[in-house]
Design a protein around this ligand. Structure first.
Ligand code: B12
Ligand code: SF4
Length: 499
């Protein structure tokens, strides 16, 4: 059996996390083939490492995990070089970018297969088929080229998560010491990134999870999650957890079970959830969560405007009033709500777009009044580039064009798009983008995020003081003095470097 090389392209400049995507793929083939992970976050020159491994001639299969944004900067040129230097290898891409942008990926000529969504069954099945020269056309979750025609096989059912093999942490530890994946964060000195469920039962119109999981969600039982966490805590000293699930809190029962299990371990934890879901939780569950170490929860608040919330198809009962009341409820339980907002949604006229932006800015300030510890994360509306979707069609009709070649995705323009900072949408003028970004700068000056642990009390006070007048008088233009402080002290924005 040929060996498998799995690559995690660089995604962060520090605070490296357990590379769960590629590790889970390693687990899927652990009983059938030898594999090696190359982690772009942990190598100075990952290509040198990749080349050395491929030169042994033992590896035939190369798997890349690719999400949009900075990971493309290594993924694209490396895939090209591998194709040139090692033409006998089979290149397989998975992850959100590959699944949502499969046409551009396959037409690049350097990727042979895309795994569409979960690879836990598809990847080992594909390797088996290729190794034994058997047909692969019936394997689910595959996308490939047949001549110039793109073939997408049927989607697989979501796997019962309790049947997944354990993640090979010990093997990873031999390649890259696990302790270096347990970084210091706002939550603790050794924070573990853990993924406990897949998909999401909702269908928000802007979300890249929807086309892949189609409103399906499956979770590992609380017991299994706790078992893994205890193992890592005992072996490598993890003291806190970032749950990387798209929607950790779908089941109140599972959340309560997990909280009960972990409550005496002194762990601090964080996850992503929905306001309308958690608002239905009983008071006793919220109290139990806090007692068990849940310190902060990330929520997609999106906007205070009910009409836009409806258009975003949040698929639930979220409203501006609920967002306000929920911020107050979280304060009672001492759980910090981390609210993310999406500014710059399209409207009939430019005046209306600007009006929405102003309303959202006022709403965010109102939330800060209600619960000043609320963390605010601001994104600019970027249409999800999912081929075939209604939104994709609508944004194309409005003159918006997605990149046509793989290399286009690494141009600075498209990187900004991926980072949801400047999405190049035709309805947003530079003046609007400036307003959003400048407000964000002033807000981050007046209320620096608690998640930037390098920022000491004095620096925070100084920033707060300097930004006060601007914040109170809504004078956001040209906030150079605040930007200078941010640059000087390397201010860390959670939406870019992780939460
Ligand atoms: C951890 C994480 C990060 C980390 C980096 C991760 C890393 N690799 O080091 C950080 C914080 C840096 C990050 C940043 C960003 N992220 Co991010 N991130 C995640 C997160 C929360 C978890 C990923 C994960 O570990 N999943 C666990 C694994 C097990 O699931 P999986 O990745 O889906 O893997 C399965 C399949 O996809 C497939 N698969 C995946 N890879 C491969 C590879 C092969 C070879 C095969 C065969 C199969 C396969 O099989 C796996 C097992 O079934 C996801 C959301 C999520 N819950 O997945 C967002 C997510 C992937 N990120 C997203 C985005 C947009 C970003 C950013 C670009 C923008 C932003 N502002 O957030 C930034 C910038 C990226 C950068 N710096 O490169 C989006 C992607 C959306 C899209 N449009 O496609 C997601 C989905 C969040 C969201 N809901 O919006 N991210
Ligand atoms: S609730 Fe979150 S993960 Fe689920 S569809 Fe909406 S934005 Fe996506």
């Amino acid at each position: 059996m040929h060996k498998i090389l799995l690559f995690n392209p660089r995604s962060a400049t520090y605070k490296f996390r357990v590379p769960n995507s590629i590790l889970q793929i390693a687990a899927s083939v652990d009983d059938m083939a030898e594999w090696v992970i190359v982690d772009g976050n942990r190598e100075r020159d990952p290509y040198q490492k990749i080349r050395a491994l491929l030169e042994t001639g033992e590896f035939r299969y190369v798997g890349f995990t690719v999400m949009p944004g900075p990971q493309l900067k290594q993924a694209i040129p490396y895939a090209r070089r591998i194709r040139e230097e090692f033409p006998g290898t089979v290149m397989i891409w998975g992850g959100y970018f590959a699944s949502n942008q499969y046409t551009v990926v396959l037409n690049s000529g350097c990727v042979d297969f895309v795994i569409n969504g979960p690879g836990d069954r598809a990847f080992p099945a594909l390797i088996e088929a290729l190794e034994h020269k058997r047909p692969y056309e019936l394997i689910r979750n595959l996308i490939y080229l047949d001549g110039t025609r793109i073939v997408k096989t049927a989607k697989d059912d979501l796997i019962d998560q309790s049947t997944l093999p354990s993640l090979p942490y010990d093997k990873l530890d031999r390649l890259y010491p696990m302790v270096n994946y347990l970084g210091k964060t706002y939550l603790g000195n050794r924070t573990l990134a853990y993924h406990s469920s897949i998909g999401c039962p909702f269908t928000c119109s802007f979300c890249a999870v929807v086309p892949i999981y189609e409103a399906r969600w499956k979770a590992k039982p609380a017991q299994d999650v706790y078992k893994d966490i205890r193992y890592i805590r005992e072996k490598w000293g993890a003291d806190s957890i970032e749950f990387h699930d798209n929607n950790f809190f779908v089941s109140e029962k599972r959340t309560a079970e997990f909280s009960n299990l972990v409550r005496n371990d002194g762990m601090v934890w964080w996850g992503e959830g929905r306001i309308d879901t958690i608002n239905k939780y009983k008071d006793e569950t919220l109290a139990l969560m806090r007692e068990s170490g849940c310190k902060m929860i990330f929520f997609g608040a999106e906007t205070g405007n009910d009409e836009i919330l409806k258009r975003m198809d949040k698929g639930g009962t979220q409203s501006g009033q609920q967002i306000r009341e929920f911020a107050a409820r979280m304060k009672k339980f001492d759980i910090i709500p981390e609210y993310s907002f999406v500014l710059g949604t399209p409207a009939e006229t430019p005046e209306k777009v600007m009006q929405y932006i102003d309303q959202d800015i006022a709403f965010i300030k109102e939330i800060k009044e209600i619960n000043p510890s609320t963390e605010i994360v601001i994104y600019t509306y970027s249409p999800v580039p999912t081929e075939g979707s209604e939104l994709f069609r609508k944004s194309q009709e409005s003159g918006f064009k997605f990149p046509e070649t793989l290399e286009d995705w690494i141009s600075p323009h498209w990187e900004n798009f991926d980072m949801r900072k400047n999405p190049l949408t035709p309805w947003l003028t530079p003046e609007m983008i400036d307003k959003i970004r400048n407000f964000e700068t002033v807000l981050n000056g007046y209320y620096p995020t608690v998640s930037d642990i390098r920022l000491n009390g004095l620096k925070r006070k100084l920033m707060h003081l300097v930004s006060g007048l601007r914040y109170r008088t809504s004078l956001y233009k040209y906030p150079y003095e605040i930007k200078l402080m941010h640059r000087l002290w390397n201010y860390r924005q959670p939406e870019i470097q992780g939460f």
